[in-house]
Structures are given as structure tokens and as C-alpha cells.
Write a protein that binds this ligand. Structure first.
Ligand code: R5P
Length: 308
């Protein structure tokens, strides 16, 4: 088994190989002057079980880099290639719900398979049904394995788990079950992408601590609108668990100024120093990915990882 890293999140891959107690695979990735990406494995991978770690967060070059790494590994006779995609980007366009739009999640799935990946490992897909866009084995990890113990440790009073939109309700219910908490829901209304117009709270939060659960934080609009509604409805401490910290534009400042007390995110997407704020805590997803990689290599069960 060998683990290689794309350039999108080297610190995460370093932690994964540390967990596995193996050296990081030697791959060279550089750009021509015009930006064209060049990939070369600097060690033999003939007959090797290869894992390529690359979140497909922006810029879109990260997707292309992943595809080139898969292609180069296939042409170098790797025995099996697993695309380890800690954050699966372009997943929000997963259905044709308006005329003349692209299905980016399906297109990216096709590209990954065509490049030569034999299997995919990812965490908290925006929509679990994206697995069906692939005809190769697909392992889907859940962030509850990273966050639930931490949430239990902070000892919230009468916690209510809140889904900040209808799409997050299944994920929020899974957290509510694990935390033995009630569930509430925000019915979010958007007229355009990345702009939340309003929301309506369904559920009772007065005098209770709340945990908002979401998969992606992009502009922070969804979470901040939900937090404002919850505060107005009498919620006490407002805590957020969110898997993939994209933190676009002024997201981190918005969070810092919002009624949110703390937001816990994972390191599936690299967060630069200038985007770190007091209210943001980052927990690593590396042991979860490391354990899953080990089990895939040893042909062991992945689902038993979630029998907490
Ligand atoms: C939406 O369906 C997702 O689950 C997130 O809630 C959304 O992408 C977050 O975007 P923003 O932070 O821009 O509101």
C-alpha cells in the first residue's frame, strides 16, 4: 500500500500517513508557466495498492490534478487505485431541478471513473445518492465519528439538534440519535445560490442549547441565518458542527460576529492561517481516513467503523 497526496491538502495527507505509520508516497506535481499540471510518480507503483488523497475543493484545478494522478497511476500499472476525496466538490449540482443546467456531480463521477479509479473513499457527501453516480465500489464515511465525542464533552444543556435546511435533516437526525437530543429544522428559502433570503424555524428551542449540523460552510449565510432565528426563538448556547469548511468571502468574519458560540469543522479542506478565528475549532479527519484506508487495504469492514 502507498498513499500519495495532491496539492490541495498536504497537511491532512501527512496526518493520514502518520496514523498509518508509513512514509508519504513520492509524487512530483508542478505547473507549466501557463498553469498546465504535470504529474509524475518518483517511485515504482507497479502492482501496488495506491491511495490518492485530494479534496476537490476550489479551485477546479484540484479536480484535474486528481484525474491526472489517477491516470498516471493507472499507466504505471498500480494494482488498485482508490481516490480518497475528503471533500467531494461540485456535489451541489446533483439533480436537474431546473431546465438547461449541468449535473456536475455526475460529470465529476464519470471523469473519476474514466481516469481509472477502482474505488472511491469520501466523507459526508452533500447528498448520499451521489454514490449511485459511480459504478465502482464507493465507501462513504460519516463525520459523526469525528464530532460526536467532542459535542458530548462540552456538556450542552437539553440540547436540540438543528438541521439548517431540509437537505440536512437526515444528517441532523443521525446526530440527534447519537446525542439523545430532540430535532428541529429551519425551512430555508433561497432565490439565488449563496444567498439565503429567509428561514422559518420548525421545533422548540426556548431555553435550550442547540447544535446546528451542516455539511458545507461556503459563505456562512445558511448558518448565520439559522443562528439568528434560533437566538430570536430563545435558544441559549448556539453550537455548530460542519464538516467541510470552504469559508468563502467574508464567511469567517460573519461567524465571528454571529450569535454562534463555537463552530467545529474538520480538516477535509485546508484552512489557511488568515481564515482562522477564535470561534472556529478544527478537528482532524485523519484517523478516520487512515483507519478506512487500512481496512480497505486489508479487505475489512468499513461499516463497523460507525458502530460507536
Ligand atoms: C446546502 O444545501 C448546503 O448543505 C449548505 O448549507 C450550503 O452549501 C452552505 O452554503 P452557505 O454557507 O453559502 O450558505
Amino acid at each position: 500500500m502507498k498513499v500519495f497526496s495532491g496539492t490541495a491538502n498536504l497537511p491532512l495527507t501527512r496526518k493520514i500517513v502518520e496514523y498509518l505509520d508509513i512514509p508519504l508516497g513520492d509524487v512530483e506535481i508542478y505547473r507549466f508557466k501557463d498553469g498546465e499540471i504535470f504529474v509524475k510518480y518518483n517511485e515504482s507503483i507497479r502492482g501496488i495498492d495506491v491511495f490518492i488523497v485530494q479534496p476537490t475543493s476550489p479551485p477546479a484545478d484540484n479536480i484535474l490534478e486528481l484525474l491526472l494522478m489517477i491516470d498516471a497511476a493507472r499507466r504505471a500499472s498500480a494494482k488498485r487505485i482508490t481516490a480518497v476525496i475528503p471533500y467531494f466538490g461540485y456535489a451541489r449540482q446533483d439533480r436537474k431541478d431546473q431546465p438547461r443546467v449541468a449535473l456536475s456531480a455526475k460529470l465529476v463521477a464519470n471523469l473519476i471513473s474514466t481516469a481509472g479509479a477502482d474505488r472511491v473513499l469520501t466523507l459526508d457527501l452533500h447528498s448520499a445518492s451521489i454514490q449511485g453516480f459511480f459504478d465502482i465500489p464507493f465507501d462513504h464515511l460519516y463525520s459523526s465519528a469525528i464530532f460526536v465525542d467532542y459535542v458530548k464533552e462540552i456538556k450542552l444543556v437539553n440540547p436540540v439538534v438543528v438541521a439548517p435546511d431540509v437537505g440536512s435533516s437526515k444528517r441532523a437526525r443521525a446526530y440527534a440519535n447519537r446525542l439523545h437530543a430532540e430535532l428541529a429544522l429551519v425551512d430555508k428559502k433561497r432565490s439565488i445560490h449563496n444567498k439565503v433570503d429567509s428561514g422559518t424555524l420548525i421545533g422548540e428551542v426556548e431555553g435550550k442549547d442547540v447544535v446546528i449540523v451542516d455539511d458545507i460552510i461556503d459563505t456562512g449565510g445558511t448558518l448565520c441565518i439559522a443562528a439568528d432565528l434560533l437566538r430570536k426563538a430563545g435558544a441559549k448556547k448556539i453550537f455548530v458542527v460542519c464538516t467541510h469548511p470552504l469559508f468563502s468571502g467574508k464567511a469567517v468574519d460573519r461567524i465571528q460576529e454571529s450569535p454562534i458560540s463555537q463552530i467545529v469543522v474538520s480538516d477535509t479542506v485546508f484552512v489557511p492561517e488568515e481564515k482562522k478565528r477564535e470561534k472556529i475549532k478544527i478537528l482532524t479527519a485523519a484517523p478516520l481516513f487512515g483507519e478506512a484506508i487500512k481496512r480497505i487495504h486489508n479487505e475489512e469492514s468499513i461499516s463497523s467503523l460507525f458502530d460507536l
